[in-house]
Design a protein around this ligand. Structure first.
Ligand code: NAD
Length: 342
């Protein structure tokens, strides 16, 4: 009988790591998860789960023991509101996590490591127009990411390349473009645009307050990729022999205003939009999937409407529960109402 592959998923208590753990278990892997917290919304499928801080070297070394493959997802991150305000914290924490994770994989004789980078590595000067040209992998240089979050991702991409060149550790690097879906952060300040929008529309529907606040004019653009496609893509890339960074996202560009209308349509309500000042990130961002199709012979399949319908249904349930728990609709007065891109 073939030996069962032993995988480590870092950030297994987070949104993508939790879904990836479930996916890998279904594929027959033995999985160890590691995170500073357990998944918040449903139990982990991992065989073993370490609650540990990867900024601490001994924890990273222990997490990678007896592991064949590492999926490195742990990061101190959030949506635009968070990323634009915590540069030192993000650069410090994520550098430590990634330096430790790569070195621990190397010292433990891990054969493959997949690193989760981001579309935030792309230079600001290519993303100044809402009608942005889709970003190809080679567009990352000359480098000028907007935030410390993107700079750290870029440096870790280089670290992955050098760990292969110097030590033979097979590294894979994926650049996500706005992943969304159920069981992700939907309130508290770290949530991203699709979850924030679903929450706002759910509050509007359940309380009858139909006004939605949006940061900026809402004409900033993004593409959004559903979580089931994301975990499929991660797995396909890990199994491939491709060592360069690769985009993983949808290439359908929409504005934040359109996103709001789409969610309202799914919820079956009319909303009015109030545009307020707030961090918006780059003006436009889209994925060029040419290389993704070439390398994997595949690209994301699930439509935005289909993915948002699943996500909205789950978030409406969370909001309903919260409002019920608070006992009245006045909870909306305390609910942060801005929606943003990233
Ligand atoms: P997430 O915040 O839900 O998950 C990240 C997890 O890392 C969290 O559970 C967090 O507790 C954990 N973590 C933070 N600090 C840690 C530490 N010191 N030690 C151990 N664990 C720690 O985020 P996500 O959306 O699941 O993102 C996963 C990865 O994908 C991240 O590296 C992120 O930067 C990257 N990414 C995500 C998106 C997206 O749209 N979600 C886009 C681009 C890149």
């Amino acid at each position: 009988m073939a030996k069962q592959t032993r995988a480590l998923v870092t950030g297994a208590g987070g949104f993508i790591g939790h879904h990836l753990t479930t996916f890998l278990k279904k594929q027959g892997y033995w999985v160890r998860g590691v995170d500073v917290k357990r998944p918040e919304y449903s139990a982990t499928a991992a065989d073993e789960f370490l609650v540990a801080d990867l900024r601490v070297w001994d924890n990273a070394l222990k997490a990678a023991q007896d592991i064949d493959e590492v999926y490195a997802l742990a990061a101190d991150m959030g949506g635009m509101g968070f990323i634009s305000k915590h540069h030192a914290q993000i650069l410090h924490n994520n550098s430590l996590i990634n330096l430790n994770t790569l070195e621990a994989a190397h010292q433990n004789g891990v054969t493959r490591l997949l690193y989760t980078s981001s579309a935030c590595v792309y230079p600001e000067y290519l993303q100044e127009d809402a009608n942005v040209k889709p970003l190809k992998e080679e567009d990352a240089y000359p480098a000028q990411p907007q935030d410390a979050y993107g700079w750290e991702k870029l440096v870790t991409e280089r670290l992955c390349m050098h760990y292969f060149q110097d030590y033979g550790l097979e590294t894979r690097t994926v650049r996500f473009h706005n992943i969304f879906g159920p069981l992700g952060t939907w309130d508290g300040g770290r949530e991203k645009a699709p979850a924030a929008m679903c929450r706002k529309v759910a509050y509007a529907k359940l309380t009858g307050h139909d006004e939605i606040e949006i940061w900026g004019d809402g004409e900033q653009t993004r593409s959004f990729c559903y979580i089931d496609d994301c975990v499929q893509g991660i797995h396909k890339l890990m199994r491939s022999d491709y060592r360069e960074p690769l985009n993983l996202g949808q290439d359908r560009l929409i504005t934040i205003n359109q996103l709001a209308d789409m969610v309202a349509n799914i919820a079956g309500i009319q909303i009015s939009k109030k545009h307020i000042a707030g961090p918006q990130g780059v003006r436009g961002r889209n994925s060029d999937n040419t290389r993704l199709r070439e390398v994997l012979g595949w690209e994301p399949q699930i439509s935005l409407e289909e993915g948002l319908a699943q996500t909205y249904a789950w978030i409406e349930e969370q909001v309903r529960h919260k409002l019920g728990g608070n006992g009245n609709a006045n909870a909306v007065a305390r609910e942060p109402t801005a929606a943003h891109a990233d």
